[in-house]
Design a protein around this ligand. Structure first.
Ligand code: UD1
Length: 377
Protein backbone atom coordinates (compact mmCIF):
# COMPACT_ATOMS: atom_id res chain seq x y z
CA UNK A 1 0.00 0.00 0.00
CA UNK A 2 1.22 3.47 -0.85
CA UNK A 3 0.51 6.40 1.44
CA UNK A 4 1.32 10.07 1.01
CA UNK A 5 1.26 12.20 4.15
CA UNK A 6 1.22 15.97 3.92
CA UNK A 7 2.71 18.75 6.03
CA UNK A 8 2.58 22.48 5.35
CA UNK A 9 2.87 24.63 8.44
CA UNK A 10 4.58 24.47 11.82
CA UNK A 11 1.86 22.69 13.82
CA UNK A 12 1.81 19.86 11.25
CA UNK A 13 5.43 18.90 11.86
CA UNK A 14 4.91 17.85 15.48
CA UNK A 15 1.98 15.68 14.38
CA UNK A 16 3.68 13.95 11.45
CA UNK A 17 6.96 13.20 13.26
CA UNK A 18 5.61 10.30 15.37
CA UNK A 19 3.48 8.97 12.50
CA UNK A 20 6.43 8.84 10.08
CA UNK A 21 8.40 6.94 12.71
CA UNK A 22 5.56 4.50 13.45
CA UNK A 23 5.02 3.78 9.75
CA UNK A 24 8.61 2.59 9.38
CA UNK A 25 7.60 -0.43 11.51
CA UNK A 26 5.14 -1.48 8.77
CA UNK A 27 7.27 -2.45 5.75
CA UNK A 28 4.13 -3.29 3.76
CA UNK A 29 3.35 0.46 3.69
CA UNK A 30 5.28 2.65 1.30
CA UNK A 31 5.24 6.14 2.82
CA UNK A 32 6.02 9.36 0.98
CA UNK A 33 6.16 12.70 2.78
CA UNK A 34 5.10 15.86 0.94
CA UNK A 35 5.86 19.36 2.33
CA UNK A 36 3.73 22.03 0.70
CA UNK A 37 6.24 24.70 1.76
CA UNK A 38 3.66 27.04 3.38
CA UNK A 39 6.14 27.60 6.21
CA UNK A 40 9.69 27.97 4.93
CA UNK A 41 11.76 30.08 7.39
CA UNK A 42 14.38 27.87 9.04
CA UNK A 43 12.86 28.51 12.49
CA UNK A 44 9.33 27.78 11.26
CA UNK A 45 10.19 24.62 9.32
CA UNK A 46 13.67 23.06 8.99
CA UNK A 47 14.49 23.34 12.70
CA UNK A 48 11.48 21.10 13.43
CA UNK A 49 12.59 18.49 10.90
CA UNK A 50 16.06 18.42 12.47
CA UNK A 51 14.92 18.43 16.07
CA UNK A 52 12.10 15.92 15.67
CA UNK A 53 14.07 13.64 13.36
CA UNK A 54 11.53 13.88 10.54
CA UNK A 55 12.67 12.37 7.26
CA UNK A 56 13.54 14.81 4.48
CA UNK A 57 10.31 15.34 2.51
CA UNK A 58 10.25 13.27 -0.67
CA UNK A 59 8.67 16.25 -2.40
CA UNK A 60 8.56 19.97 -1.48
CA UNK A 61 5.94 21.98 -3.37
CA UNK A 62 7.54 25.30 -2.26
CA UNK A 63 4.22 27.15 -2.17
CA UNK A 64 5.39 29.83 0.27
CA UNK A 65 3.37 32.78 1.54
CA UNK A 66 0.39 34.47 -0.07
CA UNK A 67 -3.30 35.05 0.36
CA UNK A 68 -5.43 32.10 1.43
CA UNK A 69 -6.60 31.62 -2.16
CA UNK A 70 -3.06 31.75 -3.49
CA UNK A 71 -1.81 29.22 -0.94
CA UNK A 72 -4.74 26.83 -1.35
CA UNK A 73 -4.91 27.27 -5.14
CA UNK A 74 -1.20 26.76 -5.79
CA UNK A 75 -1.12 23.76 -3.45
CA UNK A 76 -4.18 22.21 -5.10
CA UNK A 77 -2.60 22.39 -8.55
CA UNK A 78 0.84 21.21 -7.43
CA UNK A 79 -0.45 18.37 -5.25
CA UNK A 80 -2.76 17.09 -7.99
CA UNK A 81 0.35 16.54 -10.13
CA UNK A 82 1.98 14.61 -7.28
CA UNK A 83 -1.10 12.41 -6.92
CA UNK A 84 -1.23 11.75 -10.65
CA UNK A 85 2.42 10.75 -10.73
CA UNK A 86 2.53 8.76 -7.50
CA UNK A 87 -0.98 7.27 -7.47
CA UNK A 88 -1.15 6.70 -3.70
CA UNK A 89 -3.86 4.50 -2.18
CA UNK A 90 -4.35 6.96 0.68
CA UNK A 91 -3.50 10.58 1.39
CA UNK A 92 -3.09 11.46 5.09
CA UNK A 93 -3.68 15.05 6.11
CA UNK A 94 -3.30 16.50 9.61
CA UNK A 95 -4.81 19.43 11.49
CA UNK A 96 -6.45 22.43 9.91
CA UNK A 97 -3.99 24.48 7.87
CA UNK A 98 -4.26 25.44 4.22
CA UNK A 99 -2.28 22.33 3.19
CA UNK A 100 -4.93 20.17 4.88
CA UNK A 101 -7.86 21.30 2.75
CA UNK A 102 -5.87 21.80 -0.46
CA UNK A 103 -4.34 18.32 -0.47
CA UNK A 104 -7.43 16.48 0.69
CA UNK A 105 -9.44 18.16 -2.07
CA UNK A 106 -6.89 17.41 -4.79
CA UNK A 107 -6.74 13.74 -3.72
CA UNK A 108 -10.48 13.26 -3.34
CA UNK A 109 -11.19 14.69 -6.80
CA UNK A 110 -8.92 12.00 -8.21
CA UNK A 111 -10.74 9.26 -6.31
CA UNK A 112 -7.89 8.77 -3.83
CA UNK A 113 -8.97 8.02 -0.27
CA UNK A 114 -8.30 10.64 2.40
CA UNK A 115 -7.62 10.09 6.11
CA UNK A 116 -7.72 13.09 8.44
CA UNK A 117 -5.72 13.10 11.66
CA UNK A 118 -7.25 15.38 14.32
CA UNK A 119 -10.67 15.19 12.67
CA UNK A 120 -13.90 16.45 14.21
CA UNK A 121 -12.60 19.48 16.14
CA UNK A 122 -15.06 22.35 15.87
CA UNK A 123 -14.94 25.95 17.08
CA UNK A 124 -18.11 26.77 15.09
CA UNK A 125 -16.45 30.08 14.27
CA UNK A 126 -16.37 30.46 10.51
CA UNK A 127 -14.31 33.64 10.70
CA UNK A 128 -11.35 31.36 11.48
CA UNK A 129 -9.61 30.07 8.36
CA UNK A 130 -8.84 26.88 10.30
CA UNK A 131 -12.53 26.12 10.96
CA UNK A 132 -13.28 26.31 7.25
CA UNK A 133 -10.33 24.01 6.56
CA UNK A 134 -11.42 21.52 9.24
CA UNK A 135 -15.05 21.31 8.25
CA UNK A 136 -14.39 21.01 4.51
CA UNK A 137 -11.65 18.42 5.01
CA UNK A 138 -13.90 16.30 7.21
CA UNK A 139 -16.75 16.55 4.72
CA UNK A 140 -14.67 14.71 2.11
CA UNK A 141 -12.53 12.44 4.29
CA UNK A 142 -12.97 8.66 4.27
CA UNK A 143 -11.33 7.92 7.60
CA UNK A 144 -11.30 10.07 10.74
CA UNK A 145 -8.62 9.76 13.40
CA UNK A 146 -9.98 11.65 16.40
CA UNK A 147 -8.49 12.98 19.61
CA UNK A 148 -11.48 12.65 21.93
CA UNK A 149 -15.12 11.64 22.28
CA UNK A 150 -16.35 15.21 21.71
CA UNK A 151 -14.83 15.16 18.23
CA UNK A 152 -16.60 11.86 17.53
CA UNK A 153 -19.89 13.44 18.61
CA UNK A 154 -19.33 16.35 16.22
CA UNK A 155 -18.66 14.04 13.30
CA UNK A 156 -21.62 11.77 14.05
CA UNK A 157 -23.91 14.82 14.30
CA UNK A 158 -22.69 15.82 10.82
CA UNK A 159 -23.58 12.39 9.44
CA UNK A 160 -20.20 10.64 9.37
CA UNK A 161 -20.27 6.85 9.11
CA UNK A 162 -19.60 5.50 12.65
CA UNK A 163 -17.37 2.79 11.14
CA UNK A 164 -15.02 5.45 9.77
CA UNK A 165 -14.34 7.02 13.20
CA UNK A 166 -11.20 5.90 15.03
CA UNK A 167 -10.68 7.46 18.43
CA UNK A 168 -6.91 7.17 18.67
CA UNK A 169 -5.97 10.07 20.95
CA UNK A 170 -3.79 13.10 20.41
CA UNK A 171 -0.78 12.49 18.21
CA UNK A 172 0.86 15.76 19.29
CA UNK A 173 1.18 14.33 22.79
CA UNK A 174 3.33 11.52 21.33
CA UNK A 175 5.88 14.19 20.46
CA UNK A 176 5.53 15.86 23.85
CA UNK A 177 6.20 12.59 25.68
CA UNK A 178 9.05 11.74 23.35
CA UNK A 179 10.73 15.08 24.06
CA UNK A 180 9.83 15.52 27.73
CA UNK A 181 13.15 14.36 29.15
CA UNK A 182 15.20 16.34 26.63
CA UNK A 183 13.21 19.48 27.41
CA UNK A 184 13.48 18.99 31.18
CA UNK A 185 17.25 19.03 30.89
CA UNK A 186 17.24 22.56 29.43
CA UNK A 187 17.58 25.74 31.45
CA UNK A 188 15.02 28.50 30.73
CA UNK A 189 17.76 31.14 30.93
CA UNK A 190 19.70 29.42 28.12
CA UNK A 191 16.54 28.92 26.07
CA UNK A 192 15.61 32.60 26.23
CA UNK A 193 19.08 34.09 25.92
CA UNK A 194 19.85 32.10 22.78
CA UNK A 195 16.70 33.36 21.01
CA UNK A 196 16.39 36.87 22.43
CA UNK A 197 15.46 39.56 19.91
CA UNK A 198 16.46 42.48 22.08
CA UNK A 199 19.98 41.74 23.25
CA UNK A 200 20.14 44.84 25.45
CA UNK A 201 18.14 43.00 28.10
CA UNK A 202 20.45 42.06 30.94
CA UNK A 203 18.20 40.45 33.54
CA UNK A 204 17.60 37.19 31.63
CA UNK A 205 19.58 35.44 34.34
CA UNK A 206 16.77 36.22 36.76
CA UNK A 207 14.31 33.94 34.97
CA UNK A 208 13.05 31.37 37.44
CA UNK A 209 10.50 28.59 36.96
CA UNK A 210 6.95 29.40 38.12
CA UNK A 211 7.77 33.12 38.05
CA UNK A 212 7.32 33.81 34.36
CA UNK A 213 4.40 33.82 31.95
CA UNK A 214 4.66 32.71 28.32
CA UNK A 215 2.71 34.63 25.68
CA UNK A 216 2.03 33.51 22.10
CA UNK A 217 -0.29 35.25 19.66
CA UNK A 218 -0.58 34.70 15.93
CA UNK A 219 -4.23 34.41 14.84
CA UNK A 220 -5.44 37.02 12.37
CA UNK A 221 -8.40 37.72 14.70
CA UNK A 222 -6.03 38.72 17.50
CA UNK A 223 -3.07 40.32 15.78
CA UNK A 224 -4.46 41.93 12.63
CA UNK A 225 -6.76 44.28 14.58
CA UNK A 226 -4.82 47.37 15.70
CA UNK A 227 -7.12 48.26 18.61
CA UNK A 228 -7.16 44.71 20.00
CA UNK A 229 -3.43 44.24 19.72
CA UNK A 230 -2.79 47.64 21.33
CA UNK A 231 -5.01 46.70 24.29
CA UNK A 232 -3.28 43.36 24.61
CA UNK A 233 0.17 44.94 24.62
CA UNK A 234 -0.97 47.43 27.26
CA UNK A 235 -2.33 44.59 29.42
CA UNK A 236 0.89 42.60 29.08
CA UNK A 237 3.23 45.50 29.82
CA UNK A 238 1.14 47.28 32.48
CA UNK A 239 -0.34 44.28 34.31
CA UNK A 240 1.31 40.93 33.61
CA UNK A 241 4.85 42.31 33.46
CA UNK A 242 4.33 43.93 36.88
CA UNK A 243 3.73 40.51 38.49
CA UNK A 244 5.74 38.11 36.38
CA UNK A 245 8.47 38.09 33.79
CA UNK A 246 6.99 37.61 30.35
CA UNK A 247 8.53 35.50 27.59
CA UNK A 248 6.99 36.12 24.17
CA UNK A 249 8.23 34.10 21.16
CA UNK A 250 7.04 36.27 18.27
CA UNK A 251 5.41 34.70 15.20
CA UNK A 252 6.36 36.41 11.86
CA UNK A 253 2.82 37.67 11.30
CA UNK A 254 2.70 39.15 14.81
CA UNK A 255 6.06 40.83 14.49
CA UNK A 256 4.94 42.49 11.28
CA UNK A 257 1.76 43.76 12.94
CA UNK A 258 3.45 44.92 16.17
CA UNK A 259 5.86 46.94 14.04
CA UNK A 260 3.23 48.38 11.73
CA UNK A 261 0.95 49.40 14.66
CA UNK A 262 3.92 51.09 16.40
CA UNK A 263 3.81 48.70 19.38
CA UNK A 264 7.20 47.06 19.06
CA UNK A 265 9.20 49.63 21.02
CA UNK A 266 6.66 49.79 23.88
CA UNK A 267 7.03 46.05 24.28
CA UNK A 268 10.76 45.79 23.88
CA UNK A 269 11.37 48.69 26.24
CA UNK A 270 9.44 46.98 29.04
CA UNK A 271 12.21 45.53 31.26
CA UNK A 272 10.29 42.38 32.26
CA UNK A 273 9.31 41.42 28.70
CA UNK A 274 11.60 39.11 26.71
CA UNK A 275 10.80 38.99 23.01
CA UNK A 276 12.31 36.03 21.21
CA UNK A 277 12.49 34.50 17.75
CA UNK A 278 10.02 31.65 17.13
CA UNK A 279 11.34 28.87 19.38
CA UNK A 280 12.18 25.29 18.61
CA UNK A 281 9.75 22.65 19.82
CA UNK A 282 11.88 21.48 22.74
CA UNK A 283 12.64 25.05 23.84
CA UNK A 284 8.99 26.03 24.02
CA UNK A 285 8.14 22.76 25.75
CA UNK A 286 10.77 23.57 28.38
CA UNK A 287 9.34 27.05 28.96
CA UNK A 288 5.83 25.62 29.19
CA UNK A 289 7.00 23.15 31.85
CA UNK A 290 8.11 26.03 34.08
CA UNK A 291 5.54 28.68 33.22
CA UNK A 292 3.32 30.10 35.93
CA UNK A 293 0.80 30.76 33.20
CA UNK A 294 0.34 30.54 29.42
CA UNK A 295 -1.47 33.35 27.58
CA UNK A 296 -2.13 32.18 24.04
CA UNK A 297 -4.38 32.03 21.01
CA UNK A 298 -2.77 28.77 19.82
CA UNK A 299 -4.68 25.50 19.58
CA UNK A 300 -1.84 23.09 20.24
CA UNK A 301 -0.57 24.95 23.30
CA UNK A 302 -3.95 24.57 25.00
CA UNK A 303 -3.48 20.80 24.70
CA UNK A 304 0.14 20.81 25.81
CA UNK A 305 -0.75 22.97 28.83
CA UNK A 306 -3.42 20.44 29.72
CA UNK A 307 -0.92 17.56 29.84
CA UNK A 308 1.73 19.64 31.65
CA UNK A 309 -0.82 21.22 34.00
CA UNK A 310 0.11 24.82 33.13
CA UNK A 311 -2.74 27.26 33.82
CA UNK A 312 -3.75 28.50 30.36
CA UNK A 313 -5.68 31.63 29.43
CA UNK A 314 -6.90 31.23 25.87
CA UNK A 315 -7.26 34.69 24.36
CA UNK A 316 -10.10 33.72 22.04
CA UNK A 317 -13.89 33.67 22.19
CA UNK A 318 -14.13 29.98 21.35
CA UNK A 319 -12.02 26.85 21.15
CA UNK A 320 -12.18 23.78 18.94
CA UNK A 321 -10.51 21.91 21.82
CA UNK A 322 -13.11 22.01 24.63
CA UNK A 323 -11.67 18.89 26.25
CA UNK A 324 -8.90 21.13 27.66
CA UNK A 325 -11.36 23.45 29.47
CA UNK A 326 -12.05 23.40 33.20
CA UNK A 327 -15.49 21.83 32.76
CA UNK A 328 -13.81 18.78 31.20
CA UNK A 329 -10.92 18.55 33.67
CA UNK A 330 -8.22 20.87 32.28
CA UNK A 331 -7.02 24.25 33.56
CA UNK A 332 -7.68 26.08 30.31
CA UNK A 333 -10.01 29.08 30.46
CA UNK A 334 -11.48 30.83 27.45
CA UNK A 335 -11.04 34.49 28.26
CA UNK A 336 -11.72 36.18 24.90
CA UNK A 337 -10.04 39.49 24.12
CA UNK A 338 -12.10 41.88 26.25
CA UNK A 339 -9.35 43.14 28.54
CA UNK A 340 -11.59 43.50 31.61
CA UNK A 341 -12.51 39.82 31.41
CA UNK A 342 -8.92 38.83 30.63
CA UNK A 343 -7.73 40.82 33.63
CA UNK A 344 -10.22 39.16 36.01
CA UNK A 345 -9.31 35.64 34.85
CA UNK A 346 -5.62 36.49 34.95
CA UNK A 347 -5.90 37.54 38.59
CA UNK A 348 -7.63 34.25 39.43
CA UNK A 349 -5.05 32.25 37.50
CA UNK A 350 -2.20 33.77 39.51
CA UNK A 351 -3.46 31.64 42.40
CA UNK A 352 -3.67 28.38 40.43
CA UNK A 353 -1.08 25.71 40.90
CA UNK A 354 0.11 23.32 38.23
CA UNK A 355 -2.40 20.48 37.74
CA UNK A 356 -1.82 18.05 34.87
CA UNK A 357 -4.85 16.46 33.20
CA UNK A 358 -4.59 13.62 30.69
CA UNK A 359 -7.67 12.82 28.56
CA UNK A 360 -8.12 9.17 27.49
CA UNK A 361 -5.59 7.98 24.85
CA UNK A 362 -3.37 11.07 25.17
CA UNK A 363 -0.68 8.65 26.20
CA UNK A 364 2.10 8.97 23.65
CA UNK A 365 0.91 5.90 21.69
CA UNK A 366 -1.44 7.54 19.20
CA UNK A 367 0.86 7.20 16.18
CA UNK A 368 1.23 3.46 16.83
CA UNK A 369 -2.55 3.12 16.86
CA UNK A 370 -2.91 5.10 13.63
CA UNK A 371 -0.17 3.09 11.88
CA UNK A 372 -1.83 -0.17 12.96
CA UNK A 373 -5.21 1.02 11.60
CA UNK A 374 -3.59 2.01 8.31
CA UNK A 375 -1.75 -1.29 8.05
CA UNK A 376 -5.03 -3.16 8.54
CA UNK A 377 -6.80 -1.36 5.69
C1 UD1 B 1 -0.64 29.00 9.81
C2 UD1 B 1 -1.95 28.24 9.97
C3 UD1 B 1 -2.38 28.28 11.44
C4 UD1 B 1 -1.27 27.80 12.33
C5 UD1 B 1 -0.02 28.63 12.09
C6 UD1 B 1 1.14 28.23 12.95
C7 UD1 B 1 -3.47 28.32 8.02
C8 UD1 B 1 -4.74 28.89 7.51
N1 UD1 B 1 -3.03 28.82 9.20
O1 UD1 B 1 -0.89 30.37 10.08
O2 UD1 B 1 -3.50 27.45 11.61
O3 UD1 B 1 -1.68 27.91 13.69
O4 UD1 B 1 0.32 28.47 10.70
O5 UD1 B 1 2.25 29.03 12.73
O6 UD1 B 1 -2.88 27.48 7.38
N2 UD1 B 1 5.78 33.75 7.31
C9 UD1 B 1 7.13 33.89 7.41
N3 UD1 B 1 7.88 32.75 7.40
C10 UD1 B 1 7.35 31.52 7.28
C11 UD1 B 1 5.96 31.39 7.17
C12 UD1 B 1 5.19 32.52 7.19
O7 UD1 B 1 7.65 34.98 7.53
O8 UD1 B 1 8.11 30.52 7.27
C13 UD1 B 1 4.94 34.95 7.33
C14 UD1 B 1 4.17 35.09 6.02
O9 UD1 B 1 4.83 35.94 5.16
C15 UD1 B 1 2.86 35.68 6.46
C16 UD1 B 1 2.71 35.25 7.90
O10 UD1 B 1 3.95 34.77 8.33
O11 UD1 B 1 2.91 37.08 6.45
C17 UD1 B 1 1.62 34.23 8.05
O12 UD1 B 1 1.94 32.99 7.43
P1 UD1 B 1 0.80 32.01 6.86
O13 UD1 B 1 1.43 30.81 6.28
O14 UD1 B 1 -0.14 32.77 6.00
O15 UD1 B 1 -0.09 31.56 8.08
P2 UD1 B 1 0.13 31.53 9.67
O16 UD1 B 1 -0.40 32.78 10.24
O17 UD1 B 1 1.53 31.13 10.01
Amino acid sequence: MKIISVVGARPNFVKIAPLARALTKHPEIQHLLVHTGQHYDPQMSQSFFDELGIQKPNINLEIGSGTAAEQVGHTLIAFEKVCLEERPDWVIVVGDVNATIACSLAAKKLGIKVAHIEAGLRSRDYTMPEEINRVLTDRISDLFFTTDALANENLLAEGADPESLKLVGNIMIDTLEDKRAEASALNPVDVVSSALLDSTKHNVSELVDEQYAVVTLHRPATVDDSAKLTEMVRFITETVAQDLQVIWPVHPRTRKQLESFGLWSKLSECPAVFLTEPLSYVSLLRLNMGAKMMLTDSGGLQEECCILGTPCLTLRDNTERPITLREHGGLNVLVGTDIEVVQAEYTKALNFTRAPFRPPFWDGMTAERIAAELAAL
